[in-house]
Write a protein that binds this ligand. Structure first.
Ligand SMILES: [Zn+2]
Length: 335
């Protein structure tokens, strides 16, 4: 409501006023007006937020902590309520991010997800250093996300369907695709071919991992080539795009799904809106590069609310693997 600078200015104005009144006008004592000034600032802070942030993890359980303001509709939400609603705003339906583990919990049947290819770890072939070294960044990302790399790959059961399942983790260096992310996904696709499993990948990525330069870009070709083999094997690939899916991930495997689904309001693009606007020197239309815009223009096949995603994937797997429940039930009844 009020930017931070306004608050600071107000605080100093009130403090200056207090000194002026105390020493020049003989008004209220200094401490009283100082207290009033501090109290006013505190009161204002209660009703303002410099930058609304959604944090879904709270350790305090009392009713006053964990209140957040939705960045889209400005509605006050409680973190626990948001978490219960799968990180979707109950008023405007805005989909906030889920961690990779939360995504696994959402889509995989309980206790069925088995991690594969966990032993693959990033090296630092370019000895890349910017403000800190690449190994340091990886160590920080591992500590922050609790995962060893930017993607979880494995097998699980989704509503009873055995699938090969990959989930990207945006918390891990913005879900960037380095050689390990590409290799794990490629191994997952090859595993799907070997075990004759349908493939589901949930993408969330800032693009290629710049610390690995060309090696990172090569993952685009590698994952795409592996998906061509999956297609030859007649196995379906369902690609789920979440906010945001950008760069080399959008430009490779994420756009190669037999069916491409997206969450509402997800940013899906190659270059982000700011970069595009700088290049073409024009303002993009409102909502450009959002999933609704892309559905209208034929780039994706459907927008599915998070609450319905598992049901929709299950339905599509039924169709694509030719094992519809109705058929099986009828078949069983005729026997
Ligand atoms: Zn909202």
């Amino acid at each position: 409501m009020f930017p931070k600078d306004t608050l600071n200015v107000l605080k100093y104005v009130l403090l200056a006023l207090s000194k002026f009144m105390t020493f020049q006008c003989g008004g209220l004592p200094h401490w009283k007006i100082n207290f009033l000034a501090q109290y006013t600032v505190l009161l204002m802070r209660l009703f303002t937020r410099d930058k609304p942030k959604i944090k879904v993890e709270t350790t305090k359980n009392d009713g006053f902590s964990g209140w957040l303001k939705c960045t889209h509709c400005q509605e006050m939400l409680h973190a626990n309520e948001l978490k219960e609603n799968l990180n979707c705003c109950r008023k405007c339906g805005y989909h906030y991010r889920l961690s990779a583990q939360e995504r696994v919990d959402l889509l995989a049947d309980p206790d069925t997800f088995t991690l594969l290819f966990e032993s693959l770890r990033s090296l630092d072939p370019l000895v890349f250093v910017d403000s800190e070294s690449y190994p340091e960044r990886i160590a920080k990302a591992q500590a922050k996300s609790g995962h060893t790399e930017g993607v979880l790959t494995g097998t699980c059961s989704l509503d009873g369907h055995s699938i090969a399942f990959g989930v990207m983790d945006f918390q891990f260096m913005a879900g960037s695709m380095g050689s390990v992310v590409g290799e794990r996904l490629t191994c997952l696709i090859e595993h799907a071919i070997k075990e004759k499993l349908p493939l589901v990948i949930v993408a969330a990525s800032g693009g290629a991992r710049m610390q690995e330069s060309t090696l990172s870009l090569m993952q685009m070709a590698k994952t795409s080539a592996a998906l061509a083999k999956l297609e030859e094997a007649g196995l379906p690939f369902l690609s789920v795009l979440t906010n945001p899916t950008t760069g080399g991930v959008t430009a490779s495997f994420a756009s190669l799904g037999d069916i491409i689904l997206a969450e509402p309001g997800a940013l899906i693009c190659f270059a982000g809106p700011r970069v595009v606007e700088q290049v073409i020197r024009q303002k993009l239309p409102p909502g450009a590069q959002k999933s609704e815009f892309l559905l209208e223009h034929g780039m994706i096949d459907g927008i599915i609310h998070r609450h319905e995603m598992k049901g929709k994937l299950s339905q599509l797997l039924d169709y694509l693997t030719g094992n519809t429940r109705e058929y099986l039930t009828l078949h069983a009844a005729h026997k």
